[in-house]
Design a protein around this ligand. Structure first.
Ligand SMILES: NC(=O)c1ccc[n+]([C@@H]2O[C@H](COP(=O)([O-])OP(=O)(O)OC[C@H]3O[C@@H](n4cnc5c(N)ncnc54)[C@H](O)[C@@H]3O)[C@@H](O)[C@H]2O)c1
Ligand SMILES: [Zn+2]
Length: 309
């Protein structure tokens, strides 16, 4: 076994890190009959997966994810990438892992902020696909958050198993994100804009929590979702200890600019995944899972959200 590592954090999810790893493999005469094993969070999984995708035109790799985000989301689905100064995940490849091994005990050493913010992706999987997962988390949230408890791994293993089945099922049906896989972006249209505008001071999961609160509100206001299903989402996000409100220093104009101007330059409009009820997304003509929202309407909904306490 050749053991390779690199410093932790998104700042190292770069082509320089990839180049370093490629060169180490070349120098060690690593061959195509070898296997890469990614042990770590989403950054390690995405970089190691991309190395595996391109090394000698592709070698197998195995994911051993150790954060909530990585166990719940990034280790499944074959998306691999590195960041560029111009944006996140700009260069990468679809390359599915040979297998994924999840040991929930690894989460016991994770700090509270990484732990809680990762959990939003599991909540999201419940929201878009499985009401029973959502209500299971609702009922057990206090126990889930006490993640250093000795009894903890058994319940979280049950949640993680359910979660991974949902993500795997969606990805298996639409690996290249033609339509169905887009539902995984619930909360992410607003969430990504907020994440970027916060200068990445908000974690991905925190920005997505704010994004889900906003997109749940749109789903209710446009008339697809009941008010009680909207409120349930807010309550669970709050109980998970995640933010709900758009930070004061981010204006409606900033968000609109981030979402529209970037897109308009490329001749497209931002698309939203909206909920019909907890566990089910709204589908549109010809089964489309996303819909554009007029800029004027979006601006008025975002302004109303900003005024809420
Ligand atoms: N490929 C995909 O489909 C996909 C999906 C979601 C997110 N992502 C990517 O995942 C990345 C975020 O992943 P992340 O949240 O795991 O971040 P991360 O990999 O940076 O890990 C967060 C921190 O936790 C530390 N850590 C890892 N495991 C630990 C453990 N068991 N105990 C204590 N500390 C531990 C890491 O060293 C790091 O400091 C982003 O780059 C994002 O783009 C990819
Ligand atoms: Zn996400």
């Amino acid at each position: 076994v050749l053991l390779l590592d690199f410093p932790a954090g998104e700042h190292y999810k770069t082509r320089e890190t990839k180049q370093y790893l490629d060169e180490q493999l070349i120098n060690a005469r690593f061959e195509r009959n070898g296997t890469i094993i990614a042990v770590g969070g989403g950054v390690v999984g995405d970089v190691a997966g991309f190395v595996a995708a391109t090394y000698m035109r592709g070698v197998p790799y195995i994911q051993i994810p150790t954060t909530v985000i990585a166990q719940a989301d990034s280790s499944i689905g074959g998306k691999t990438a590195v960041d560029y100064p111009q944006g996140k995940n700009l260069i990468g490849a679809f390359h599915h892992p040979h297998s994924v091994f999840i040991d929930t005990k690894t989460l016991c050493t994770l700090d509270g902020r990484n732990y809680r913010s990762g959990f939003i992706e599991i909540i999201k999987h419940g929201l878009i696909r499985d009401a029973s997962l959502f209500s299971f988390i609702e009922r057990n949230i206090d126990f889930i958050l006490s993640h250093k408890d000795k009894q903890y791994p058994s319940i979280i293993t049950a949640i993680m198993t359910k979660n991974c089945r949902i993500k795997n099922d969606i990805v298996a049906k639409d690996a290249k994100e033609q339509n169905l896989r887009k539902i995984l972006n619930y909360g992410h249209t607003v969430g990504h804009a907020i994440e970027h505008l916060s200068g990445y001071s908000l974690f991905h999961g925190e920005a997505v929590a704010i994004g889900i609160a906003a997109e749940a509100y749109f789903s209710w206001k446009i008339g697809y979702l009941s008010e009680s299903d909207y409120q349930k989402q807010l309550n669970l996000i709050k109980k998970t200890g995640l933010p709900l409100r758009i930070p004061d220093n981010i204006s409606v104009d900033d968000i609109i600019d981030k979402m529209y101007v970037d897109k308009k330059a490329r001749g497209s409009r931002p698309e939203f995944v909206l909920l019909q009820k907890i566990g089910k997304v709204k589908t549109f003509a010809r089964g489309k899972t996303t819909t554009p929202v007029e800029e004027k309407e979006l601006r008025s909904m975002l302004s109303a959200l900003k005024k809420m306490k």
